[in-house]
Design a protein around this ligand. Structure first.
Ligand code: FES
Length: 105
């Protein structure tokens, strides 16, 4: 198991255990304060939108065009920190990752 910090929509920080090998979305949708992930990871709903903490942004895999296209349509899009959590694999290398659940768009 690895560790993650999740900031909910009320700004409260939660330290959670997370299993490497899952998509970030799969971890976050299990939380009461996590993401809805309505499309189940097909990169079509954007309800898995998160903001990645500045210190972690560079350590995540690069976005594919379908992810960035969808993100740019969101009213809460932040160019440097927005990601779709269904498009990010949670690996051991991301132990300690900090993300914030984006507002419902
Ligand atoms: S779960 Fe729908 S875009 Fe990520």
């Amino acid at each position: 198991m690895a560790q993650m910090t999740v900031v909910d929509r009320d700004g409260k920080e939660h330290s959670i255990e997370a299993k490497p090998g899952l998509k970030l979305m799969e971890i976050l949708r299990e939380l009461d304060y996590g993401v809805a992930a309505i499309c189940g990871g097909l990169c079509s709903c954007a309800t898995c939108h998160i903001f990645v903490d500045d210190s972690w942004v560079q350590r995540l895999p690069k976005q594919q065009s379908d992810e960035s296209d969808l993100l740019r349509e969101l009213s809460d899009f932040r160019p440097t920190s927005s990601r779709l959590s269904c498009q990010v694999d949670f690996t051991e290398a991301l132990n300690g990752l900090k993300v914030t659940v984006a507002p419902d768009s």
